[in-house]
Design a protein around this ligand. Structure first.
Ligand code: BES
Ligand code: MN
Length: 461
């Protein structure tokens, strides 16, 4: 077995330029799931995934239309009596704005120093190509795969995977598996391979506040009409106390507390205040004082303002009392909070707190619950071994603050756990301008994935 791993890794090392060229083609497709103008590009990105699945050696490749963006499926099921691994990916990406801050255009992949720059390079087109490159290398070396594999790549993860749950429910047997491989979770540092065992969930909202029926002269009417921008800021400001705790009654009622063992375990991660200060460039950290930064990100729920809009924001000045204000708000939730519960609590809070000087509307865009996976699962152990083999250092276990909605769905509907890892780094600037992928780490990741597939073979012949 180690021979085959070594042999395959050698083959992979000879194909780095082919892997980069697949990735560049993929990154150059602007597959922004939230923007209606990219509809056709979503189709193209799905086709690109299908082509790469074929290149990797998968069979029965199909593109399933959904009510939203298509889902790509492929499989290879000739490893008798061996486990079946469902590989998950998403080909959609986040919007690119503010586009002016990109040093090179977001959809024109560019290699500078050790990085490939472009929207989606790290989250997660690079991770999808890494898995397919690993499979392609195995197929080139041995002509077959050591385990059964299925591939499911969706185009709506960055908008909360609204059509994936029903797709999984409708295709239960096609998707049945022993375990899922989810390479969308990233690592802590280039020398610290990481297995993630917890993800936060998410709920998104839009809060609109309406004041006068049209914009007003702020001199003629200021002082007699409640400015909706101000009313919105007042309500938003009231949602946290001075310690960074969310004040919405009931918000923390179902939060599962951390055990003292887990707190002890998490305190060993090299992610103290300094780490977060360096990663963010913020002048000081903020948040619940009774929890460490790692605990706040991994195991505590939050409420964030994602965007604010009201009145005049152009150059120069305008003395206006705006008619309208809007905020995009989302909450990261943890086990055992539910998206609908948070929606209910927020709506009740607004009903009780927003003054009758303005009218308001809360739109709920749904969400996904948090998920916990078993780090002792045999597949997680195989991944640990694979990462250790390549990095020659012990992988760390971590709770992640981001969300990947499919993990809970796969657990509930298919009864399968996920192995969460990935080769993106905290300074890859995912969701932000100048997203990039660290190529040396990515090449190592491909090698670890090769080792993982071999180590999942129960015979290890
Ligand atoms: N890959 C990320 C989640 C992630 C980020 C995991 C960093 C581990 C480390 C994923 O694509 C993502 O950003 N998800 C969205 C989901 C949401 C829109 C439902 C998120 O977390 O904001
Ligand atoms: Mn992702």
């Amino acid at each position: 077995m180690p021979d085959k791993i070594d042999q395959t890794i050698k083959v992979a090392r000879n194909h780095h330029s082919a892997f980069i060229s697949e990735l560049s083609d993929f990154v150059s497709i602007p597959s922004v799931s939230t923007s209606p103008e990219y509809q056709e590009e979503m189709e193209k990105a799905a086709q690109k995934v299908a082509q790469m699945a074929d290149w990797a050696g998968l069979e029965n490749i199909r593109i399933f239309p959904t009510q939203g963006h298509p889902i790509v499926f492929g499989e290879w099921l000739h490893a008798e009596n061996q486990p079946t691994i469902l590989i998950y990916g998403h080909y959609d990406v986040q919007p690119v704005d503010p586009v002016d801050l990109w040093e090179t255009p977001p959809f024109q992949p560019s290699i500078r120093y050790h990085y490939l720059f472009g929207r989606g390079a790290s989250d997660m087109k690079g991770q999808i190509v890494a898995v397919l490159a690993a499979l392609q290398s195995i197929r080139q070396t041995t002509g077959a795969f050591p385990v059964n594999v299925k591939l499911m790549v969706e185009g709506e993860e960055e908008i909360g995977s609204p059509h994936l749950r029903s797709f999984i429910e409708e295709h239960r047997s096609m998707l049945s598996c022993d375990v899922s491989l989810n390479p969308d979770a990233g690592m802590i540092a280039p020398d610290l391979p990481t297995l993630v065992y917890a993800l936060r969930g998410l709920v998104f909202f839009e809060l609109k506040v309406f004041g006068p029926e049209h914009d007003l002269h702020s001199g003629v009417f200021g002082g007699v009409v409640h400015n909706p921008a101000q009313a919105l800021c007042e309500i938003i400001a009231s949602m946290h106390d001075e310690n960074g705790r969310v004040t919405i009654p009931g918000f923390y009622d179902h939060v599962r507390p951390l055990s003292s063992e887990e707190r002890e375990e998490l305190s060993r991660l090299p992610m103290g205040d300094d780490y977060y200060l360096k990663q963010t460039g913020a002048p000081q950290l903020w948040g619940e004082p009774d929890y460490t930064p790692v605990e706040r990100v991994g195991a505590r729920p939050t409420l964030e303002v994602n965007g604010l809009f009201s009145g005049f924001t152009g150059q120069g000045t305008k003395t206006v009392l705006p008619a309208y204000a809007m905020a995009k708000i989302s909450c990261r939730i943890v086990a055992d909070q539910e998206p609908d519960e948070i929606h209910y609590l927020l709506r009740r809070y607004l009903e009780q707190r927003i003054p009758s000087t303005v009218r308001w509307e809360l739109n709920y865009f749904g969400g996904a619950p948090a998920s916990l996976t078993d780090p002792k699962h045999p597949a997680a152990q195989a991944m640990k071994k694979a990462l250790e083999l390549v990095w020659e250092t012990r992988p760390v276990l971590k709770r992640e603050g981001g969300s990947i909605p499919v993990v809970g769905d796969i657990q509930k509907i298919l009864g399968a756990d996920s192995v969460l890892t990935g080769f993106g780094l905290p300074d890859d600037r995912i969701h932000s301008p100048n997203e990039r992928l660290h190529l040396p780490t990515w090449f190592k990741g491909i090698e670890a994935l090769i080792a993982f597939f071999y180590l999942m073979n129960t015979l290890q012949e």
